[in-house]
Design a protein around this ligand. Sequence first.
Ligand code: PLP
Ligand code: ZN
Length: 390
Amino acid sequence: MSDSQLSHYECGHCAATAGMDELIATCPACGGPLLARYDLQGARADRIPAPGRGIWRWSGLLPVPEAGRIELGTGDTPLLPTTIGAWLGTGATWIKDEAANPTASFKARGMAVAIGRARALGARSLVVPSAGNAACAAAAYAAAAGLPLTVFMPADVPDSFRIEARAYAARVELVDGLIDECGRRAQAMAERDGSFNLATFREPGRVEGKKTMGFEIAEQMGWRLPEVLIYPTGGGTGIVALWKAFEELEALGLIGPERPRLVMVQAETCAPLVRAFEAGNTQAEPWENGATVADGLRVPKSFGDRLVLGALRRSRGRAVTVSDGQMLEYARIMASKTGIFPCPEGAACLAAQVKLAREGWIGPEDRVVLFNTGSALKYLHLWPNSTHPD
Ligand SMILES: *Cc1c(COP(=O)(O)O)cnc(C)c1O
Ligand SMILES: [Zn+2]
C-alpha cells in the first residue's frame, strides 16, 4: 500500500486552503466544506491502484496515513451485470452492489476514511447525526478504532439501525425531530466536549471514502466509464465524490476527459436538491417536513448543496423524484429480475432509469450503472410479513 499523497485541503466554497497536520473539519475562512487535494504528480509515480483488495488500494488518493487504516473489508464490491438494459431498451445496465460492504451499506466507505483520519490525527471521541446506515457504519469503525461514539438519531428510525449501532457499543441518543435537529445536537456536543463531528460535508473524510466507488467502477469497466450513473441522493456526498474521483483519475492518466451524465434521484416527499436543480438555483432551500421510507434520502437540507448542484450541472445530468410507492414496487421488480434484493434507495435508481428511458433521455447506446447503496435486510419492516403471505 502506498503513502497518502495528500497535500492540503481546499474549501469548496471560497477556495481558501488549509494544512493537513491538524484534525481540521470545515473551512477556517468561511465554514464551508473542505475538499482534500493531492500531489497528483507524486501519485502518478506510485502504483495506483495497489494490488490487494479494498479501499486502501487507493490510499495514495485518500487522506489517511498508514496508522489510521482500519481494516474491516471495506470496498471492492461487485459491479453486477443485469438484463435491465435489454427490457428497458437502454444500453447494458450494471448494479454496483454496495450491500457487500461492512454494515451492509456504502456508508462504510466514508466512515472508514473519516474515522481513520480522525484517529490518526488524535481524535479521542466521535459524534454523528444519522437517520440510519451512517450510524451503523460509524459505530462499527469506531469500535474497530477503539474510539467512543455518540449517535443522534430521530426517534422514529427503524429498530434495525438502532439495534445494530448499539451492538457496536455506540451511545445512541434518540431525538424527537428530524435529522437537522440531530445535526444541531451533534454540533453542540462537538463544541462542548471536543468530540469529532462526522456529519457529512462537515469534515472532508466521508467524501474521500465514497470516492472509491468511482475508482472501482472505472477499474471494473476497464477504464471506460458508463454514459449514465444513477445515484440515490440524500445530502449528495456521493455525487460530489464520484465527480471528484473521475477528475483525479483523469489527472493520473487512467481515464480521458469523457464523463458519465449523473442522475440524482430523491424521494418525491423530500427533494430539496431536485427542486433547486429544476429551478436553476445554485443552492437548495430546506424542505419542510421531509419524510420517506428511504431513510438514506430523508435529508431536508444538504450542507454540500452548492457542490452537489455544480457537479450535476457540469455532468449535463438530470434530477428526478420517485414516490415511496414506486420504490417499493421497483424493489420487488429488481429483486425478481436480477436476484439483488435492494434497499428502497437502490430501487429508486431503477424507477428513475425507467422514467428516463421512457422519455428517451437514456437511449440504447447509453451504458448505465445503478447504485444499490445498502441491504434490503435493514428495511424488512417495509415488506409484507412473511407469516401472513399476501
Ligand atoms: C446515506 C444513504 C444514501 C444517500 O447518500 P448521500 O451520498 O449522502 O446522498 C443513499 N442510500 C442509502 C442506503 C444511504 O444510507
Ligand atoms: Zn471557505
